[in-house]
Design a protein around this ligand. Structure first.
Ligand code: SF4
Ligand code: SF4
Length: 81
């Protein structure tokens, strides 16, 4: 009985760890139609992961982004999701 309880607990922990990992793997993207090019996001990005396209819209370089979420908090347009 104790053994199956322990097994169940391990399984639950494994599931929780998998859920956390998939959450932290979430990529951030920018809705270009909402972005006004204010540069707030690039100013706070600790990884220098945000650049601007030829239309002045912010773009996230996924290879640099550490998924910290700092840019989301400062966007006045709620354009980062
Ligand atoms: S903070 Fe928002 S509106 Fe400003 S440049 Fe970045 S994505 Fe665009
Ligand atoms: S989530 Fe963090 S690292 Fe990624 S673009 Fe936004 S501020 Fe930069």
């Amino acid at each position: 009985m104790k053994r199956s309880l322990l097994l169940l607990l391990c399984l639950a922990m494994l599931l929780a760890m998998t859920a956390c990992k998939s959450l932290s793997d979430t990529e951030y993207h920018i809705d270009k139609s909402a972005c006004n090019g204010c540069t707030n996001c690039s100013a706070v990005c600790p990884s220098d992961a945000i650049y601007f396209d030829s239309n002045g819209k912010a773009v996230i370089d996924q290879s640099k982004c550490t998924k910290c979420g700092d840019c989301v908090a400062v966007c006045p347009q709620n354009a980062i999701y």
